[in-house]
Design a protein around this ligand. Structure first.
Ligand code: ADP
Length: 542
């Protein structure tokens, strides 16, 4: 027997309509590419989204068309998220840090019909335009007064698309499984692969994040997504914030420690979300100024592992650190590490130990770990295995890419994350490595993440990475690459000693290479792929 309740499709547009009705004064503050600060509310934004949606229809955009964005975090990008999906089209966010080759690949693969571009990225588009589809329309995200001189032919102006359009929209109903967003992974191997989010998965993810991180997502809370709207939906914040009544503070393109500190201080940001590299920059600024930004109380850190020293530094300043893990293919949230009440009174060190783990799963994400043969492994906290997930917010295959899709699902339909992890009896997940980053030395696995964590606690180290290099005797050996902190000149021996005191002797790398800066991926993580190319073997003076 079926239940007798109404069935309304879950739709993204309903989130902004709800926010405009329920939290009309909820704010969206943006650092604009034009150079000033822009302030608006959910109520005003809902009106502009309606105008933009009418404007998109006037451009000929219809259901399932792909409309691309190449933009920083700001109110216009936010409006595009809602207007595009609201009319049943698909918002394809492009990461401006991708290589030219990757960008050309994804715009053509997605067959984008319109590309919305921030002023900053106009030069990139000018260069790549000949390689994009001939009928691609280009819109510059500014007003008439700020339209730049450009070699691009027939470009449109964002504000003119809204001009004269009605500020209300009767959002169409469609199946909740209708595609809404498209985001390509940065493609560390092979071509980038597209994750195609649906209205249903996006709304469920918004619910999930609100119930899982209520400390941050609540009415009146002020949240800074440093994580870009061009990468995995800024971790879901453009949807979770309006649903919970939180305000959004968008930083534009200024993501250095000083700019972030000033913005957070001025806007009384409570919670800021981003990858570890960003927080290293902010912590340097906090140390220099000898205080934290006013109102600051929380960070959500993920995208790559947050080191113990980073977590400790923020917690010592009274800032709650929530370590989170996820993937583009997972919308992205998988786990978050806010501690349960029974752990609140643990001694400081033990709390930090716990917070180093990636935390417990969010509702709707099932997790299993398996051995090489696919047999389930126990959740005892010490046995690592290949991590698989399934759930309503997880991809069921890559967009128009059956070949790439096949190998990532097991017989039971679970998605292979490519991460190696252990799960404790209390449900805490600890990622030990990406499977392709694991180091196998003399038949024993060495976790690069464990080593990096320890090295990061050395005061002379700003950032580091451990990669495998081939070794005649041991197959592979770990090589440590260190970016020293400003003015520090740590010695090799000193760093290796620091490690030797904390891990088994055979795990200690044979050598340390110092670099001025570690190469980063398009999503702000240390690029081990580049490092492996740079250091295909141990340096000869080892
Ligand atoms: P990209 O590869 O394009 O940067 P993702 O952001 O989807 O894309 O990367 C997901 C991967 O990032 C995860 O599979 C995991 O290896 C890593 N990751 C994400 N969050 C964490 C975390 N908190 N700790 C360790 N690794 C993480």
């Amino acid at each position: 027997m079926k239940g007798m309740m109404m069935h309304r499709p879950l739709k993204i547009a309903d989130l902004i309509t709800f926010a405009a009705d329920t939290y009309p004064a909820g704010e969206i503050v943006s650092v604009r590419t034009e150079g000033d600060i822009h302030r608006t509310t959910y109520k005003e934004t809902a009106g502009r989204i309606a105008r933009l949606a009418h404007g998109l229809k006037a451009l000929g955009i219809t259901e399932s068309d792909r409309v691309a964005t190449l933009a920083w975090n700001g109110y216009r990008h936010f409006e595009l998220y809602y207007a595009i999906s609201g009319i049943g089209a698909i918002c394809h966010t492009i990461n401006p840090r991708l290589s030219a080759e990757q960008m050309i690949y994804i715009v053509n693969h997605a067959q984008d019909r319109v590309l919305f571009v921030d002023l900053t990225f106009v030069p990139i588009v000018e260069k790549l335009r000949p390689h994009f589809p001939a009928d691609l329309r280009i819109v510059i995200m500014t007003d008439r007064a700020h339209m730049p001189e450009t070699t691009l032919e027939g470009v449109l102006c964002y504000e003119e698309i809204l001009d004269g359009q009605p500020g209300e929209m009767d959002w169409p109903d469609f199946d909740e499984d209708q595609a809404a967003g498209l985001c390509y992974t940065s493609g560390t191997t092979g071509n980038p692969k597209g994750t195609l989010y649906s209205h249903r998965s996006t709304v469920l993810h918004a619910y999930d994040m609100c119930v899982t991180i209520p400390r941050v997502l609540n009415e009146g809370s002020r949240i800074l997504p440093v994580v870009p709207l061009f990468h995995v939906n800024a971790w879901g914040l453009p949807y979770g914030a309006p649903l919970s009544g939180s305000s959004l503070i968008f930083p534009g393109g200024a993501l250095d420690g000083k700019s972030l500190f000033d913005l957070m201080d001025r806007e009384k940001v409570f919670s800021a979300w981003g990858v570890p590299t960003v927080w290293i920059g902010l912590m340097n600024e906090i140390r220099q100024r000898g205080r934290i930004p006013e109102g600051f109380g929380d960070i959500v850190v993920g995208g790559s592992a947050a080191s113990r020293s980073l977590i400790e530094a923020f917690e010592k300043q009274g800032i709650n650190v929530c370590h989170a893990w996820g993937m583009t293919e997972m919308s992205p949230l998988g786990t978050q590490c806010n501690l349960p009440p029974e752990m609140a009174d643990l001694p400081f060190d033990q709390r930090i130990d716990r917070k180093q783990s990636q935390g417990r799963r969010i509702f709707g994400v099932d997790m299993k770990i398996v051995d090489d043969a696919g047999n389930r492994l126990p959740h005892n906290g010490t046995t690592p295995g290949h991590l698989y997930v399934r759930g309503n917010t997880i991809t069921s295959g890559y967009y128009e890419d059956p070949e790439a899709s096949k190998p990532v699902f097991d017989k039971e339909g679970w998605f292979c994350t490519g991460d190696i992890a252990a799960i404790s009896p209390e449900g805490f997940l600890t990622i030990t490595d990406r499977s392709k980053d694991l180091i196998k030395s003399g038949g024993e696995w060495i976790s690069s993440l464990d080593l990096e964590n320890i090295v990061m606690s050395h005061p002379g180290v700003a950032n580091c990475a451990v990669i495998a290099v081939p070794d005649a005797k041991w197959d592979e050996r770990p090589l440590l690459i260190v970016q020293p902190s400003d003015e520090a000149q740590p010695q090799k021996e000193e760093i290796l000693c620091h490690l030797a005191e904390r891990v088994a002797k055979w795990q200690v790398p044979d050598d340390v290479v110092f670099v001025d800066a570690l190469p980063m991926t398009a999503t702000g993580k240390v690029s081990k792929l580049t490092l492996r190319k740079q250091f295909p073997e141990a340096p000869h003076d080892a």
